[in-house]
Design a protein around this ligand. Structure first.
Ligand code: HEC
Length: 205
């Protein structure tokens, strides 16, 4: 398993297909990460790079279509046992990410992406969810309010189906949106490991 992970990372670093190679030139030299074009430095960004997840919507693409595209990519990576997570992103955070993206299904449907859309996790009206850590937002309180938003039929929450058991993983995911210092970012990519998702996720009660 470990070897597989190292191999996969080798391939990701060697053949990374981020476009914008020109722009990437100097960033690539600075970070020594092949074809890294993004200047964003959160654990989440290392995850996106390592798994070649779409960073943002295409021109005119709805958030729900972007979410579908990302979930498809994740399922594919999981299926091939190639899903790699950097240090700082565990199973809970990964499951929180999927809850964040989902807009249908029986449970753990956050549909958060509808208003908090990558890459900045905002739609221009809702605040960006990047770097909440230093801003000392009471996340427990905010997320508990999201739990009741649907029951209260608040605008935009019709698709949301979350319960208290989803909150720890959503919180864990939000933490991956905090930036790390520039000199630690490369390490996140190099040390990314394959995540075993074969067993069904059981959140702590
Ligand atoms: C209908 C649009 C909408 C949806 C869906 C939505 N949010 Fe929000 N979110 C907002 C708006 C608007 C605010 C700012 C006002 C507030 O705090 O309610 C906000 C605030 C937040 C904050 C606090 C940010 C800060 O800087 O204070 C967090 C964290 C957050 N949302 C996470 C989530 C998560 C996680 C989900 C999915 C379960 C989600 N949101 C779904 C619109 C949305």
């Amino acid at each position: 398993m470990k070897q597989l992970g190292v191999l996969a990372i080798g391939i990701a670093l060697g053949l990374g297909t981020s476009l914008a190679v020109d722009k990437a030139g100097s960033i690539e030299q600075k970070t020594k990460v092949h074809r890294l074009a993004s200047t964003k430095r959160a654990v989440y960004d290392a995850f996106v790079y390592a798994n070649r997840i779409p960073e943002k919507a295409e021109e005119g693409e709805a958030a729900s279509d972007l979410a579908g595209r990302i979930l498809g990519r994740l399922a594919n990576q999981e299926g091939r046992v190639l899903l790699k997570v950097p240090p700082g992103m565990d199973r809970a955070a990964y499951e929180g990410y999927k809850t964040f993206l989902r807009d249908e299904g029986p449970s753990s449907v956050g549909n958060c992406i509808a208003c908090h859309t990558p890459p900045q996790f905002t739609d221009g009206k809702a605040p960006s969810l990047r770097n909440l850590g230093p801003r000392k937002v009471d996340l427990q309180k905010v997320l508990r309010a999201k739990l009741t938003a649907r029951a209260e039929k608040q605008d935009g929450y019709a698709a949301t189906k979350i319960s208290p058991k989803d909150l720890p993983s959503l919180l864990a995911f939000l933490k991956t949106l905090n930036d790390v210092p520039e000199d630690q970012f490369r390490d996140l990519i190099v040390k990314a490991q394959v995540l075993d998702t074969t067993e069904e996720y059981q959140p702590d009660p």
